[in-house]
Design a protein around this ligand. Structure first.
Ligand SMILES: Cc1ncc(COP(=O)(O)O)c(C=O)c1O
Length: 504
């Protein structure tokens, strides 16, 4: 019998009860506690911190501590958690993750991950077909789709995938960069000014420098303006820089905008630049017949990062880096450690570890494989269609709010960026915040943080805000499967109630 089997069993019971019946409705999304209160809360059981000498604790104390962990954590499965572009997980993904953890191994070599290596090949091949990187032939048998070299690999998150993709791009530009280091070119890469900061962080790490990241203007909705990209490339060349890569974003973090990938691909092909697609958020639109058009042209890109832990409800993290030419991965990353990747062992050709930067690699594929097999393509498509329907409902509710809310960026996907308007300022047109009078701008700008803090305190909802065109506005992200029309209504009512209270 496993040591402390009773403790393990009882923690599983607590986790399972949470998983099958998480907080909902009028339950608080968060039980807000200050850092000091959190420390105090745990002092009744095992203590949060560790003394210099830290002894083992009894089962009952540990179980009491686990209860507090659950009580004070953010309830991301709650329908009123719309704070970020992830939410509560698909329960099947949770148990898949748990099973993977129980089997604790690394995806680096076939010998220690025989099943997971084959699963990774199968899932990447299917994702590659969605992205148009891998041909979909007429043979619908699964084995017809198992290539020896999968079109990418799973990696530890979207920022990491962006970093690896840009290293591939730099390697294509200068093939001896991995041995000789930079040849002195002042490299330039391009991303829209609505793109994710992973581009700048990657440039900093790769030695390109953030000065090499050129932010291209986006339109009001947040999509890159292709003509501005062309002009920015010309300007970079005139400034003595060497363009090497463009990042197109499919689903921007704030407004869920989609760049026109065909227009970007035309420019990249004409100028021989690497086209990377950041599909971390919106890549999952490919699962839906009615939404896939948003990524038209993705098949013309060179690399594509897709976070399945965002719209698809996988536990964090679950990120696929897809590459058009998979052989570039080994050319760029291989270090040939002979204690691990012996070429004369069984099935050495299936080892994936030398095709990436990481050594140990979580087997994130298992939870995705299990969930996909359980839900089918149709279940995955439903998730996306439901999210867009909730986005549409939000837009309709805001439009019918008699001026209590007004949209700043009203897209047609999952995100809506809007303001709550104090009664004395209604009705308010918000297309261009820079045209607002200074005192109106200041008053509106102060609303979201005040309202959010009230909602955190009473647990009535968790919604993000950010400055857009200089003005703090709410961002509603409709991507959780638990979110229904009545929850959207309740959330908007909670914002209105908190606003009225704050301004009464
Ligand atoms: C558009 C976009 N790209 C990249 C990322 C980074 O992904 P990760 O958080 O997995 O590093 C995010 C995260 O929110 C994102 O929204």
């Amino acid at each position: 019998m496993t040591e402390r089997a009773d403790l393990i069993e009882r923690i599983i019971e607590q986790a399972s009860a949470y998983l099958t019946d998480p907080p909902r409705g009028d339950d608080p999304v968060i039980s807000l506690a200050s850092p000091a209160e959190l420390v105090e809360t745990f002092s009744a059981s095992v203590g949060l911190d560790f003394a210099n000498t830290a002894s083992a604790h009894a089962d009952d104390d540990l179980l009491a501590a686990v209860e507090k962990v659950i009580e004070y954590s953010m309830h991301t499965s709650h329908p009123r958690f719309v704070n970020q572009n992830f939410a509560g997980p698909d329960p099947i993904s949770v148990v898949g993750d748990w099973l993977g953890a129980a089997l604790n191994t690394t995806g680096a070599t076939f010998e220690v991950a025989p099943v997971f290596t084959m699963m990774e090949t199968a899932v990447l091949s299917k994702l590659g077909r969605f992205a148009g990187y891998v041909d979909s032939d007429d043979d619908n048998s699964a084995s017809a789709h198992l290539p020896t070299l999968p079109p990418g690999l799973f990696c530890a998150g979207g920022s990491m995938g962006t970093l690896f993709a840009l290293q591939l791009a730099r390697h294509r530009h200068q093939p001896d960069v991995t041995t000789a280091g930079s040849n002195g070119d002042r490299l330039a890469m391009f991303v829209s000014d609505s793109g994710h900061y992973a581009a700048s962080k990657s440039a900093a790490l790769l030695g390109i420098g953030t000065a090499g990241v050129i932010k291209v203007a986006s339109d009001h909705g947040g999509a890159m303006i292709p003509e501005a990209l062309d002009a920015a490339i010309d300007q970079a060349i005139a400034d003595g820089k060497t363009p090497f890569a463009v990042i197109g974003t499919s689903g921007t973090t704030v407004t869920s905008a989609f760049d026109d990938l065909n227009a970007l691909a035309d420019i990249c092909e004409a100028r021989n630049l690497w086209l990377h697609v950041d599909g971390c958020y919106g890549g999952s639109a490919l699962f839906s017949e009615s939404e896939a058009h948003r990524l038209a042209g993705v098949e013309r890109s060179d690399s594509f990062v897709w976070n399945l832990h965002k719209m698809m409800g996988m536990t964090q993290q679950c990120t696929a880096l897809l590459v058009k030419k998979p052989e570039q991965l080994a050319a760029c990353f291989a270090a040939r450690a002979d204690y691990l990747f012996q070429s004369d062992k069984l099935n050495a050709e299936y080892d994936s570890g030398d095709r990436t930067f990481q050594c140990a690699r979580r087997i994130d594929v298992l939870k995705l494989w299990l969930t996909w097999k359980a839900r089918g393509d149709e279940g995955f498509a439903e998730r996306i269609d439901h999210a867009v329907a909730m986005g549409d409902h939000t837009r309709a509710r805001i439009g019918a709010s008699n001026g209590a809310f007004t949209s700043l960026v009203s897209g047609d996907f999952t995100n809506e960026v809007f303001a709550w308007v104090p009664p004395h300022l209604r009705p308010l047109q918000l297309d261009d915040p820079s045209s607002l009078r200074d005192e109106v701008h200041a008053e509106l700008h102060a609303c979201p943080p005040r309202i959010k803090a009230r909602m955190q305190a009473d647990g009535s909802g968790m919604i993000g805000y950010q400055p857009i065109h200089g003005l703090n506005t709410f961002r509603m992200i409709c991507m959780s499967t638990t979110l229904q029309t009545e929850d959207v209504d309740a959330l908007l009512d909670a914002i209105d109630a908190a606003g009225m209270e704050a301004y009464a």
